[in-house]
Ligand binder design. Structure first.
Ligand code: SAM
Length: 358
């Protein structure tokens, strides 16, 4: 039976408004060699994680972990915000494991005052396991938004993925606490894996509608420690859309901003919101606005980079803020045009997701 798909909107690709408002001259804006304005920084504050999700980590606990003192992350953040970064996402590993996280958020929030003509959007991506008792403090420290990873809506499937008993209930408490603390609308990230949780697509639609959360399905990328990815593990966007459309007719929503990675939808009654992030089947590299700093202080220009750049080394050798800024500007000139997933000769990146920061 043919299923009619809703039109997929091409978001309007304009410069982010904030950058234009804040930076008085083009010379200040951080840009790569392809002319893309880089306004989003993902900073990993640890590569430790209390979950061992099957598509991300090995089952072993023997890995070496690397973290920097919180003040060193704060210094890097200051330099990046002065370069026009508008959105900081703290990630990991599991960022809520990180001692000093609240101090880092407070310090980051102060950067708003230093650049007061524009807001700085501070967000976090967490598995939610430790969230319930921390949600109010995170909000009070200056966190604006939260994304919680949740790959199934039932206990059994969830535990098979995280490999941590009791994790599902903890994450549900975390979601409710975040909503109660005013961190809503909460976004739920679900990485779909063929044969593991692709049976949950419809249940996630109901979850979004019932719990008033934004559910975002993400195509699985070859970023796992175990190197088990294959094209067959990916559940492509078109299939997700068709399945959701059979639950209720989908209605496309406009992009929130120019570099939005998710295609947004609601249902025909306006209840629930679904995002679909399709880096594999419909790559959005042309509009990439991201740079990343790993928990060991290396600058990465792409998730799929074959190498990273020693920002912490430069800092520890005594570089001042201006020298760090100039160095960052030079490095991002060479940001990759796009990834090459699925193409002949594709090389997996030099690090896996848990060590890069998702
Ligand atoms: N521990 C936190 C969490 O669980 O959200 C933050 C780190 S985690 C690496 C960040 C995000 O990356 C999660 O939503 C996770 O599902 C996603 N992720 C991990 N491996 C992935 C992969 N191979 N493909 C797509 N997304 C992945």
């Amino acid at each position: 039976m043919a299923i009619s798909l809703p039109p997929i909107l091409e978001p309007e690709r304009t410069e982010p408004e904030h950058a234009a408002a804040r930076l008085s001259g083009n010379e200040l804006r951080l840009r790569d060699g392809h002319g893309r304005a880089l306004t989003d920084l993902r900073l990993s504050v640890t590569d430790r994680c209390n979950y061992r999700c099957v598509y991300c980590r090995t089952g072993n606990d023997g890995a070496q972990f690397t973290e920097l003192p919180i003040e060193q992350y704060a210094r890097m953040l200051r330099v990046f915000v002065a370069l026009g970064i508008e959105k900081v996402r703290l990630t990991g590993g599991e960022p809520l494991l990180r001692h000093g996280l609240l101090d880092l958020i407070r310090e980051t929030a102060k950067l708003r005052a230093a650049f007061s003509d524009a807001p700085l959007d501070i967000a976090i991506t967490t598995n939610g396991h430790l969230l319930a008792p921390m949600a109010k403090e995170l909000k009070a420290a200056g966190l604006a938004r939260i994304t919680i990873s949740m790959d199934a809506v039932d206990t059994g499937t969830f535990t098979r993925i995280t490999r941590v008993p009791g994790s599902f209930e903890r994450v549900q408490e975390g979601i409710r606490a975040a909503q109660g603390a005013g961190l809503g609308p909460v976004k739920i990230n679900c990485v779909l894996l063929r044969g593991f949780n692709d049976s949950q697509i419809e249940a996630f639609a109901e979850f979004s509608r019932r719990e008033k959360v934004i559910v975002r399905f993400i195509e699985c990328m070859p970023l796992e420690e175990d190197r088990t990815w294959s094209p067959e593990t990916v559940v492509p966007m078109r299939e997700i859309i068709a399945r959701l459309n059979a639950v209720r007719p989908l209605v496309a929503l406009p992009a929130n901003h120019a570099s939005e990675t998710a295609r947004r939808f609601t249902f025909d009654d306006g209840v629930g919101e679904i995002g679909i992030i399709a880096p594999v089947s419909e790559a959005f590299c042309g509009h990439c606005s991201r740079v990343r700093v790993t928990s060991d202080g290396k600058l990465r220009t792409c998730l799929f980079s074959q190498s990273d750049h020693d920002l912490i080394g430069l800092m520890l050798r005594g570089a001042n803020d201006d020298e760090m800024s100039s160095w960052i500007r030079r490095i991002v000139q060479h940001k990759e045009a796009r990834h090459h997933i699925g193409e002949p000769g594709f090389l997996k990146p030099s690090r896996s997701m848990v060590h890069i920061g998702g």
